[in-house]
Ligand binder design. Structure first.
Ligand SMILES: NC(=O)C1=CN([C@@H]2O[C@H](COP(=O)(O)OP(=O)(O)OC[C@H]3O[C@@H](n4cnc5c(N)ncnc54)[C@H](O)[C@@H]3O)[C@@H](O)[C@H]2O)C=CC1
Ligand SMILES: O=C(CO)COP(=O)(O)O
Length: 337
């Protein structure tokens, strides 16, 4: 039987662990707090993150990281992107020699500009063939309710991707394999920044035309950066690109979109963070993506405006003007700029 450890028991970690359990994988979920592990083991619930959701009875939880990691075929990491390096540095000595590490995270590391799979490979000292990524339109609460969803399992090693695909395929969760790790990860991280922008527009009372503008041009600037980083451009019209962007930007369940809505209604970044209370990766990842774009000479006007607004350099009116009053241009260039 395939075995997996999932670190840790936040929204998506808990739900993806449930998907693995429903797919017949033997899963241990690592929780930092004993009351979460107890609630999962005794009542099959994680009320702090997923109130009212019944988790699979076969899903086990522990606060003992060694117990979680020992013998795991897959170690699935789902913590805030900026906290991942520190966490994995502590866990790395406990990993088995053949363990495959799986990232569920949709963020870029702020200091280094590295994607999560790159940080994992660096910290764990493993090659890219032992690191996989799961990314797609996967709002945790919908999947917790076993509503149909699809996702992408990306790895440079097709056989590893297929093993993970089998380990998480259920009647309600349909994973596709993909070899384009760069594109899948960038699509997941960048859509959080665009979801912030869409949320801001919604909070300002702007309509569907403005939201569609941000989604469509957001995808265009994401694709430009992706191509510059070596991604396959087709990935951005797939589940991990357009698919995730549309689901996140359209859904009130998205923390990033909701965070943006608070900002668009005039709240500060601190007030919005307090109101959301869960991970909104786009806030810090916007800075990381803008730095990457500048390094590669790629223009990302929406991301740049989100960053300026989050820094308090422009207000809502100026941010809107910055985007709308840019010099006009053809919709599609063959160059990256
Ligand atoms: N929630 C969702 O619908 C989805 C989330 N993701 C991604 O999964 C990753 C994790 O997100 P969620 O599980 O939703 O976040 P969350 O905020 O619900 O949970 C974060 C988890 O990380 C743990 N953690 C470990 N070190 C931490 C630290 N230093 N600071 C704070 N928490 C720490 C927390 O205890 C908690 O269990 C993010 O990168 C997110 O973009 C991806 C797909 C869907
Ligand atoms: O990644 C997600 C859906 O695919 C979840 O988005 P949020 O992190 O904005 O809630």
């Amino acid at each position: 039987m395939t075995t997996a450890a999932v670190l840790s028991a936040g929204s998506w970690g808990t739900v993806f662990a449930s998907v693995l359990a429903d797919a017949g994988t033997d899963v241990t979920l690592h929780a930092r707090r004993a009351e979460i592990a107890d609630a999962i083991n005794e009542r099959h619930q994680n009320p702090g993150y997923l109130p009212g959701i019944d988790l699979p009875e076969q899903l086990k939880a522990t606060t003992d990281i060694e117990q979680a990691l020992t013998g795991a075929d897959f170690v699935v990491v789902s913590v805030p992107a900026q906290a991942m390096r520190a966490g994995l540095t502590a866990w790395a000595p406990l990993l088995g020699p053949d363990t495959v590490l799986v990232s569920l995270m949709k963020g870029i590391e702020l200091d280094s500009g590295l994607r999560m799979s790159e940080v994992i490979a660096e910290v764990a000292g493993v090659g890219p063939e032992r690191v996989a990524v799961v990314s797609g339109p996967n709002l945790a609460r919908e999947i917790a309710n076993r509503q149909p969803a699809a996702s992408v399992v990306a790895c440079t090693d097709e056989q590893v991707a297929q093993r993970l695909q089998a380990a998480c395929h259920t009647p309600y969760f349909r994973p596709y394999t993909n070899h384009d790790v760069i594109g899948c990860e960038l699509g997941g991280a960048a859509k959080n920044v665009i979801a912030l922008a869409v949320g801001i527009a919604v909070g300002m009372g702007l309509g569907n035309n403005a939201q569609s503008l941000l989604i469509t041009r957001g995808l265009a600037e994401t694709s430009r950066l992706g191509v510059a980083l070596g991604a396959d451009p087709h990935t951005f019209s797939g589940l991990a690109g357009m698919g995730d962007l549309v689901a996140t930007c359209a859904s009130p369940l998205s923390r990033n979109r909701s965070f943006g809505e608070h900002l668009g209604r005039g709240q500060s970044v601190t007030e919005a963070a307090a109101a959301i209370s869960q991970t909104s990766e786009g806030v810090k990842t916007s800075e990381a993506i803008l730095a990457l774009a500048r390094r590669h000479g790629v223009e990302m006007p929406i991301t740049e405006t989100v960053v300026q607004f989050l820094r308090g350099e422009v207000d809502l009116g100026k941010a809107t003007a910055l985007l709308m009053e840019r010099p006009t241009k053809p919709e599609r260039h063959t160059r990256t700029r």
